[in-house]
Write a protein of this length. Structure first.
Length: 88
């Protein structure tokens, strides 16, 4: 982000905020350490989001990949209860 800010300043432009989008796959237990980013337990997903926050992300858009309404609701409620409070 520092490099982007420097380059933007050099050309007289305002730096846009970093607002990445990720697909989240919440698991009930921890995944293998070689797991895909944003897939795993709530602790692992929290750690992933904290890394993104440290890079300077102003906001993050999270989505799920399921057509199962019950699964979708469980993932959203789980993120709201166990992840989001730790990354504000």
């Amino acid at each position: 982000m520092a490099t982007l800010a420097t380059l933007s300043q050099q050309v007289g432009r305002q730096t846009s905020e970093l607002c990445p989008r990720f697909t989240v796959r919440v698991r009930e237990t921890a995944s293998d350490p070689a797991r895909q980013f944003m897939a795993g337990s709530t602790t692992q997903i929290t750690e992933d989001l904290l890394q993104i926050q440290a890079l300077g992300a102003a906001h993050v858009v999270l989505s799920t990949q399921t057509n199962d309404v019950v699964r979708f609701r469980w993932e959203i409620e789980t993120l709201a209860a166990h992840v989001i409070p730790h990354v504000r």
